[in-house]
Design a protein around this ligand. Sequence first.
Ligand code: NAI
Length: 456
Amino acid sequence: MEQFDLLVLGGGPGGYLAAERAGHAGLKTAVFEKRALGGVCLNEGCIPSKALLYSAKVLDYANHGSVYGVTTTGAKLDHNAVIDRKDGVVQMLVSGVGAKMKKNKVTVVKSTGVIKGKTEGGYAIEADGKEYVAPKLIIAAGSEAVVPPIPGVKEGLAAGTVLTNREILSLRVIPKELVVIGGGVIGLEMASYFNSAGSKVTVIEMLNKIAGPTDAEISTILQKNCEKKGVTFKLGCKVTAVEKGAVKYQTADGREESVSCDYTLLSIGRRPSSAGIGLESIGVYTERRAIKTDEFMRTNVPGVYAVGDINGVYMLAHAAYREAEVAVNHILGKKDRMRYNAIPSVIYTSPEVGSVGETEDTAKAKGFDVKTVSLPLVYSGRYVAENPGGDGICKLVVDKKANRLLGVHMITPYASEIIYGAAMMIESELRIDDLKEIVFPHPTVSEIIREALFEI
Ligand code: NAI
């Protein structure tokens, strides 16, 4: 048995950041990771997908350079080289996380940890036949792809023709025809890459719009941009069977149709990985697999916290980072609390979608006195210089009564790098008049926010 101050179950963004911060503050900390440090985000999610999407972007620039007066012939994507480069990026960052653990004197247990109950020294985790004990425990075991009971899915997964985010990011062939089930973030980003790489891509989405909770007008613009590049969407359709060489689905008006494919991506959402980690041994409360947490990331069990996808609040790495800090600060007795009103989200398609805060619909539903301003991106000089024919927009959702910003939503290149500025505006609760005094660099795409502020 080895005694620690803090045990962290899971080495993804929530877990490794918690361990890093706790180690830095002088707590004797151990982190348990059964696969690779960095979790889904670093190994089979955010980072590898960005590496792939950047290759697609370079190819697209090369192929469409003539609009900018640049002609290229024979631009080709070498998918194997793309995957090799992605693997290199992942390896480099995973070893970077390892180095951070070392620097902060965190013990990394590269094995499956299972909570075994409470002993005198605190909560016990067993890994590789050894027991680790600490009075504080942070559970950060993440999430897994939802696998629906659709006929043929299980068999397809076993045969390697049905893929989740894990397998598709290491697929060594470019599918001739790829069917994507689920038009959410993963589905759209992968559809975007494989469409550029040469696959014929069809996205089947159950709802009548893509991109989940994204502002409806922005979803439509994104869909049109993807369609223009060759992606086909089947909206309001329910997949009924995945067969060898085809996916069958039922349309909104009840017709049975099918689309042929050699590979199928399953991207219909993720669910907390709360089974099999011993939660019942200490009585941690869950609802629909998600561990319930409060604003300090505490669970119902004293001294036990849950951060990241496992609490099911925001399945985003950057939300997990912040939750990890809040949990560690609570353990250290520092004043802090989790707020979810300004968590940005991005879809890394071309163009990108960046959103933060309330949409017009959610703000109205919450009873705010809402004013929405929507501007076309052509108000930005840089956007016009770089995006001939671009149809991007930027929307501000404002609380008229409080004269404050509630949400910002945009579809444009660079949205991923701009949206944190909007998050700062919302988080700082500055009045619109104060925001108007902020100077933006010119010419930038970000200036669209300043333009829109003056339209309120
Ligand atoms: P998602 O929740 O974003 O989208 C799933 C989509 O599948 C929804 O539009 C849903 O209506 C649809 N769907 C559900 N069941 C279906 C069915 N049987 N047939 C057809 N459509 C169906 O989930 P996704 O894309 O799997 O992503 C999982 C998580 O990963 C999300 O929580 C997301 O936030 C995170 N993520 C974030 C990224 C980012 O921030 N850029 C990138 C990739 C993933």
